[in-house]
Structure formats: C-alpha cells, structure tokens
Design a protein around this ligand. Structure first.
Ligand SMILES: *Cc1c(COP(=O)(O)O)cnc(C)c1O
Length: 395
C-alpha cells in the first residue's frame, strides 16, 4: 500500500505513462496517436485463423485496438490486472456491480454514492434478488458490524458525490477482506493521479471517464479496473453483457488523458484556492472540500490522497426561490448543468436531504456544487462575488 504520508502532487512516473502508453506508433507508420479502428467484422484468412481463439481481435464488440490501448493505459495508471471500457460512467457502475453480486447476495453502499448508482442498486439489482443497505460514509472499520453471511460487496465513493465525506478505505477493505467481501471504489474525483484504490485494498475501481479523463465535456465513457482476483470475473461479465463502447469515444478518452496531469495540477490548485476564498465570504455558511483543513475528514484526505479534484460544495443561508434564481441566472462564467470535469466551470444548486437514507442530511440552507475549470481564478471570483451579491439582495 502506498502511504502518501502528506506527499502531494502527481507521481512523475504516471505523468510519463499518460504521455507514452497506449500509442503503439511503430505499428501505425509512426503516427503519434493510436488511430480510431472503426469496425465490427474482422476477416480471417484461413480456417486455422478462424479457429484460433487466442487471436487478439476476433469481433468488434469484444476487441478493438483503440479501446484496448485505452484499457492498457488505465490499467497502468491504476496498477490493475485489467480494465474494461463502458459507454458511460453509470454503465461502468452497473458492470462492476453485476460482476460482484448474484441473486441472494447483499450489497453495502455508501449513503453518499452518486444518485444514479443508488438507483441502479435499489431499482435494478432488487429485481434480481440482490438487496442493498446504505451505510454512513464515516463508518470506517465499524462497517464490519453491518456484515451478514449474505454480504458480498461494498460500494465506496470517496469523497462522496455532492456532500464530500471521505471514507477510511484501508479500514473498510481490511474488514471486507477478512470476510471475502469484494470492495468497489468510484474514483472519479481523485483520478489515479491522486489516489489509487487498488493500493489501498479495493478489488475494483471505476471511473466516470466522462468527467476528468475525457476532460472536454464531449463524450460519455466509463471504465472499470480490477485486481488479479476479480479481473476474470469482471472481464467475463463485460463480455456476456455486450457492453461495447464506440472506438471514437475510446479515442477521445485517450486524447483527454494525454493532458490529465496538467489539468489535474490546475484543478487541484484552483479549486482549493477558490474554496478557501469562498470560506472567507461572509454569506458562506460552510465549504465542503476535503483539502481544506476545516473539513472534518481532512486527516483521511491527507493520508490517502496526494491532491484534490475539481469539485466541491458550499452552503448558503436559505433564501427565496427568487433569490436563488437571481443568483444562478446571472452567472457570466459558471455554467449550470450536470456532469463536471470539463475545461469550463460549473455551479449547480442541489438538495441532498431527500437522497439520503442511512444518515439524514440536516444542515440548514442552500447547497451548491462547484466544478472549478480552467478560467482565470480572478474572473471566477468576480463572477461568484456578483452572484452572492444578487443572492443577498433578495429576501
Ligand atoms: C457522473 C458520475 C457517474 C456516472 O457517469 P456518467 O458518465 O454520467 O454515466 C458516476 N460516478 C460519479 C461520481 C459521477 O460524478
């Protein structure tokens, strides 16, 4: 296990992996980038070839050189035995979960999970006889008390979507492994540049690649990587489900990844600077950013992460809908929309209170989620300062 020990930044070796892996230029006339291989049918020259099930490419749904280059690159980044690519982050979630559980099993899921992840469990898995119980994201080693003979998987997301609680992954993984329970982590926020869950004992790690990997708000992609123990199961589940991604989207993800290190360095610094600035604004009740010393789980963040993502939340006093509309409708730079991870900043109001089932969310006020993009920080501060003024001006 890597103990970051307060170390910050992006491991130099991963910055090199991002620029050099998954290119195979020698095989493609020296062109720097892996080409897009569009296609379904792959022709065999002989009966011997047709019957050779070890051939690397046999049918477009299962095997594609562009997609395989992306798999290999992500496996290197996460330190995984193998990686599958899915046509969205949610499809990566469902593929990982279907690889981990069977009828009669029980899944433990963090109460802070991305909402559609919860919906797949409660609406989807329930139909196939898998039950889900939600746990307090701050449970740590106490998760062992929730285990029953039926518990087969734990779904961790750290920090949590919207509310940004950190989880004690080493403690959860140790408790799980003592009982042979599979641990899956949604690592979309930290990316493997700042946090590698397999090194902390998780069995599978997934990404909404739509967000930071693609990085330009122009494609939907998901990835799941597994350790040696789970790789066979994950690969087979992906195969039988027929979860195929467009090679064009694999290409866009590879292209996005080439600049991930410089983007993450910027997001890490800019989002933290913006969060500390917000913390100093009189209107702001609380800022939820794990890299801020004021965050209740800051020690876990420092221990297990070497940098922070682009996304955090803050809370204002509750005012009228008119005040909220005046605030968000007048943004010049912050866009209001779902997703995140692009070059452009976003700010969206939300209410976590009716999503939670394990621990109630009762902080009074209006929550906002912010994605700090690549704009000038001073321009973003000016846009937000004007928004706070508009909010304050209306009861
Ligand atoms: C967006 C998101 C997903 C789902 O990704 P899509 O590509 O939108 O399906 C999963 N987990 C987290 C944390 C996300 O933010």
């Amino acid at each position: 296990m890597t103990d970051n020990n307060g170390k910050s930044g992006i491991p130099a070796s991963l910055a090199t992996v991002l620029t050099h892996s998954g290119r195979a230029s020698d095989e493609h006339f020296g062109f720097v980038n892996m080409p897009v291989f569009r296609g379904s049918t792959i022709l065999f020259k002989s009966l011997d070839e047709l019957e050779d099930y070890k051939a690397p490419y046999r049918y477009g749904r299962n095997d594609n050189p562009t997609t395989r280059a992306l798999c290999d690159l992500i496996s290197e980044l996460e330190g995984a035995a193998g990686t599958i690519i899915a046509p969205s982050g949610l499809s990566a979630v469902s593929t990982a979960l279907l690889a981990a559980v069977s009828a009669g099993d029980e899944l433990l899921m963090t109460d802070s999970a991305y909402e559609p992840t919860r919906t797949f469990a409660t609406e989807g898995l329930t139909r196939f006889g898998v039950t889900t119980r939600y746990y307090d994201p701050r449970i740590g080693a106490g998760i062992a008390e929730l285990f029953t003979d039926k518990t087969k998987a734990i779904f961790v997301e750290s920090p949590g979507s919207l509310t940004f609680e950190m989880q004690d992954l080493p403690a959860i993984a140790a408790a799980a492994h003592a009982r042979g329970i599979t641990v899956i982590v949604d690592n979309s926020w930290g990316t493997p540049l700042f946090h590698r869950p397999l090194e902390f004992g998780s069995d599978m790690v997934m990404h909404a690649a739509t967000k930071m990997f693609v990085g330009h708000s122009d494609a939907m992609v998901g990835t799941v990587s597994a350790n040696e123990k789970l790789w066979g199961r994950l690969k087979r589940t992906h195969r039988i489900l027929g979860v195929a991604v467009s090679p064009d989207d694999s290409y866009l993800t590879l292209r996005g990844l080439r600049t991930l290190a410089v983007r993450m360095k910027h997001h890490d610094e800019a989002a933290l600077a913006f969060a500390s600035w917000l913390e100093g604004q009189p209107e702001v009740e609380e800022v939820y950013h794990p890299a801020l010393p004021s965050h209740p789980d800051h020690a876990l963040f420092k221990r297990d992460f070497s940098g922070a993502g682009s996304l955090f939340a803050f809370r204002l006093k509750k005012r009228s809908r008119d005040a909220l509309a005046a605030m968000v409708n007048g943004f010049q730079l912050f866009g209001m929309g779902y997703s995140w991870g692009g070059y452009e900043s976003l700010c969206i109001p939300f209410d976590p209170s009716n999503i939670r089932t394990a621990v109630a969310w009762d902080a009074p006020g209006q929550m906002f989620r912010v994605h700090v993009g690549l704009e000038s920080l001073d321009d973003l501060k000016a846009d937000m300062a004007a928004a706070l003024t508009r909010y304050r001006a209306i009861a």
